[in-house]
Design a protein around this ligand. Structure first.
Ligand SMILES: [Zn+2]
Length: 112
């Protein structure tokens, strides 16, 4: 799996669901912005990212192959939990232009 982000990139959380209900809830909020402070790749190819949230356990496990991994003080998240902010901004811009087009159509319609 390829890394989706670059170090230092600002991202938005798009998935804060807990995949394993018996574990502690995921300390992320969907829609909140985070910054990628570190990344690592598991031997299975899974990319996980550190967004500056401290881990409360010494070991975690890979979200893909479940291999036990040292946390080194950080909580490592599957990169698929995040999306680039630029992407979101583009969608918002697109929505905005759609609204403007709608207004324009409405205006035109009112002349008829
Ligand atoms: Zn793995």
């Amino acid at each position: 799996m390829k890394a989706l982000f670059e170090l230092g990139q600002e991202v938005v959380c798009v998935d804060a669901k807990c995949n394993r209900p018996h574990l502690i809830p995921v300390p992320l909020v969907e829609g909140n912005y985070y910054r990628i402070t570190a990344m690592r790749v598991c031997s299975c190819g899974q990319v996980t990212v550190d967004v500056g949230i401290k881990s409360i356990t010494q070991f975690g496990c890979c979200p893909k192959c479940s291999m036990r991994v040292e946390q080194f003080g950080s909580w490592w998240f599957n990169q698929s939990r995040f999306a680039p902010i630029d992407h979101i901004k583009e969608i918002e811009k697109l929505k905005e232009s759609l609204t403007i087009t709608e207004h324009a159509i409405q205006k035109e319609a009112s002349y008829n």
